[in-house]
Design a protein around this ligand. Structure first.
Ligand code: C5P
Length: 235
């Protein structure tokens, strides 16, 4: 078992709505950049024997260097440049990890800093028991509505059996790398997560319990709330 990690951090964070404040993975929460928390989580776990590849935007090298200065141990961490989409950025990360001959890979969004070691251990247990693809997810709690073009409710979607997908998503390295390359070759560039590529490639994807704290910091208010929670020691 020789897992590597790909952390994608090359997005511009347009949905956070405040470009002048920079990409959200570099915004400060609890006094340090979001991505410093994320990388520290993996370093503290200590199991990434094939190394950690961070995929960054070429414009962000200074921000990234500064973020690394907050991480206790960086000897295991390398970076490569990302692409125009998350999917392309992941593929660049997998390519960079290939030399380390990883048995498995955990693929994670930099903007989810609040995973914990127990979550990683659940994921790794599933990998070790032979699953090719593992997805942490949370059963949907809200009632779900379908909207029509006029913003009227067109129906209620039964939520039984529906889950919200999180990261890290984990895979046997060779299978997800092959699936990613095949998707790129066939011009399928519309996947928003890697489990989606695994499904498309015909792999069985194992669901494991996600973590409610493991939110994706997407909007400006998410950053503010994360900062607040850290200052109150709620995470
Ligand atoms: O845009 P989205 O919220 O789906 O981004 C999820 C993760 O993918 C973020 O950590 C973001 O930095 C990363 N990403 C990337 N390259 C892109 C777009 C997004 O690494 N071109």
């Amino acid at each position: 078992f020789n897992p590597g990690i790909v952390v994608v951090a090359a997005g511009r964070g347009e949905r956070a709505g405040t470009p002048e404040e920079g990409p959200k993975q570099y915004r400060l929460i609890g006094g340090m950049p979001v991505i410093s928390h994320t990388l520290s989580g993996f370093v503290d776990w200590g199991g990434a024997t094939a190394g950690i590849v961070v995929v960054i935007h070429p414009d962000d090298q200074g921000l990234f260097r500064d973020a690394l200065s907050h991480v206790r141990e960086t000897g295991n961490i390398r970076f490569v440049h990302g692409g125009h989409t998350r999917q392309q950025s992941v593929l660049n990360g997998l390519q960079a990890l290939e030399n380390a001959s990883p048995s498995h890979v955990l693929i994670h969004d930099a903007v989810r800093p609040f995973f914990d070691t127990a979550l990683i251990n659940r994921i790794c247990s599933a990998l070790k028991s032979g699953d090719d693809a593992v997805l942490p997810a949370i059963a949907v709690a809200d009632t779900l509505k379908q909207a029509d073009a006029n913003n009227m409710v067109a129906g209620t979607v039964p939520r039984a059996g529906l889950f919200a997908a999180q990261t890290p998503q984990a895979f046997t390295f060779d299978t997800i790398y092959a699936a990613h390359r095949k998707a790129a070759e066939e011009g399928r560039i519309d996947f928003t997560d890697d489990a989606g590529i695994a499904e498309w490639a015909g792999l069985g994807v194992r669901l494991v319990d996600g973590l409610s704290d493991n939110v994706k910091l997407t909007f400006r208010r998410d950053i503010a709330m994360a900062d607040e929670k850290l200052s109150l020691n709620l995470i």
